[in-house]
Design a protein around this ligand. Sequence first.
Ligand SMILES: [Zn+2]
Length: 131
Amino acid sequence: MQINFNHPFWELVRVKEVDDCWEKPTNVDKSSGYARYRPHWKGKSYVASRFAAWLAGLVDSPDAPKDRKGTGFVLHKCDNRICCNPYHFIIGTYGQNLADCWNKERREIGDKDEQGKFFDLGRRHREYLLK
Ligand SMILES: [Zn+2]
């Protein structure tokens, strides 16, 4: 992966090792939980993780795809919505993103299997996506 680190965006991100989450703790949207990034004062803002994916060449544009039927949505493998580490992303469809959210919510609500362990449908889903 070729990440463009010359962009001032990275000054706002805690860049660490590849396995670690690279968090952007500022400008976190209260309703969605995603960090946002505003390149210019008064300009439009972007979802920070999507902006990071764009700087890594994973998506063609820092704007979310207009067509929800298409692919090109940035999904977090790490469940951390303020993470901007492109190595933690999968590019998928809007439907996959929704399924991912749904699975995570199901786990957070607390569905448990017979052994009393929480289901991790989200992780299985992500492993499937990686194949
Ligand atoms: Zn992460």
